[in-house]
Design a protein. Structure first.
Length: 424
């Protein structure tokens, strides 16, 4: 038997307060927050501040202490037309990008600093619905670590000074773009580098960017982000994909794997875990798979699988249940984690018609962010029910950050801080 209790511990290296949101999907990497953000908002209600954002990006905001950080890519206007490559036989046009990291005051939304870390012409296009600034940064409270994929990995101080940078080369993803976010673990920065070329999981020393280990992974388009799973007293880093792999986060040693490489099918959603049970999102619209993570040398076991027709929003684990969203039609399904049996849905949401951002849970409520500026808030107990449908004049494809009693939304044009007015 495996434990079904949700292990509520932060990832080593992310010793954040419950009011912070230090990286992709929060301090535990599972999309759940400890606070109680507002239920209702509008342009006139519960918007503490909004700040204009330059350029284009899908990275989530991260929150640490008094600062909020976000990345973006700004087109410079310099273009290169008639480009062809091994994977693109028809000519395409590229536009040079300026890659920025921005910091805002958490209390007011005032821009504190912006740092240009690179300016470059892309080697291939990204998908029209993706961006050149999709990976979410991560912080340990000393530095902010930002991946721009093919355009570099950067460590900045909290005041915007460059500490180090690393170039891992170019990712080739057939124009789908890039998106895997870095993960901090016990002084290491872990990053999945998967594409149609040489693919690997890599760990860098967070203090200087020097390589600690590198483990091969199957080639193919993969924008998912690894997670940490605790198995019989030891941590494992688990990577989703056509072949799911678990490694020792300290050495990179492969501990177990499940499945076979399938020729480079796209994976976008990240896995999530309850105890030693790992839910691996469907790869290219394949099945959701619930895998029991095992100690080193023992093969993982598939406990159950269920057909999934979407692979963009990442699933959630909460109260021994898995929540997943069919993004293109905004249908919510809740599964019992032990059996895979459906406890709710699939049910179309009332206010959101399409959702590509990964939902979050905070204050016992589910927040689903729509592409049209709509956010639906749902109660989870005693039964799932819509509490509010909120609309802002923006478009939301980036996943929200639920930091304490505040909710941060990254829109196409603005960054928003949502909070009750009596908060200081």
């Amino acid at each position: 038997m495996f434990p079904l209790l949700c292990l509520c511990f932060p990832i080593p290296g992310l010793n954040s307060e419950t009011t912070d949101w230090p990286g992709w999907r929060g301090s535990r990497g599972d999309g759940t927050g400890e606070g109680s953000p507002p239920i209702e908002w509008s342009e006139e209600k519960n918007v503490r501040w909004k700040a204009a954002l330059p350029g284009v990006g899908l990275s989530s905001p991260i929150v640490w202490g008094a600062q909020v950080f976000v990345t973006t890519a700004v087109p410079t206007g310099k273009k290169r037309a008639g480009v062809v490559s091994e994977h693109f036989t028809r000519p395409f046009e590229l536009e040079e990008q300026e890659f920025l990291v921005l910091a805002f005051a958490r209390a007011s939304g005032k821009e504190l600093w912006r740092k240009r870390v690179n300016q470059a012409m892309p080697h291939e296009p990204t998908h029209p619905t993706n961006s050149f600034a999709t990976p979410t940064p991560v912080t340990d409270g000393t530095r902010v670590y930002c991946s721009f994929g093919s355009f570099g990995l950067y460590a900045l101080t909290l005041t915007g000074e460059l500490a180090w940078q690393v170039d891992l080369g170019d990712l080739t993803n057939n124009g789908h773009g890039e998106g895997s976010s870095p993960l901090l673990y016990d002084g290491s920065l872990i990053l999945l580098w998967a594409h149609w070329g040489n693919s690997f999981l890599i760990a860098l020393d967070a203090t200087n960017g020097k390589e600690r280990w590198r483990t091969p992974v199957p080639a193919g388009n993969n924008c998912s982000t690894p997670i940490i799973v605790h198995v019989e007293g030891r941590d494992q880093v688990v990577c989703a994909g056509s072949r799911t792999i678990a490694c020792d986060p300290r050495t990179g040693q492969e501990l177990w794997s499940f499945g076979e490489p399938n020729g480079g099918i796209t994976s976008m959603a990240s896995p999530v875990a309850i105890g030693e049970l790992v839910l691996v999102p469907g790869v290219d619209r394949e099945d959701l798979r619930a895998l029991v993570a095992m100690p080193a040398g023992e093969p993982a076991e598939m406990l159950w699988s269920r057909r999934s027709n979407d692979n963009i929003p990442s699933p959630l684990a909460y109260d021994a249940k898995f929540y997943f969203l069919k993004g293109d039609s905004a249908q919510l399904t809740v599964l019992d984690s032990a059996s895979g049996e459906v406890e709710y849905g699939p049910e179309r949401l009332q206010g959101v018609s399409e959702a590509w951002a990964s939902p979050v849970i905070a204050g016992g409520r589910l927040y689903v962010t729509g592409r049209d500026g709509t956010v639906e808030v749902l109660a989870l107990e005693p039964e799932i029910a819509t509490l509010a449908v909120n609309v802002l004049p923006d478009a939301f494809d980036a996943s929200p950050a639920a930091a304490g009693d505040e909710l941060f939304l990254r829109g196409k044009s603005h960054l928003y801080c949502l909070a009750e007015p009596d908060l200081k």
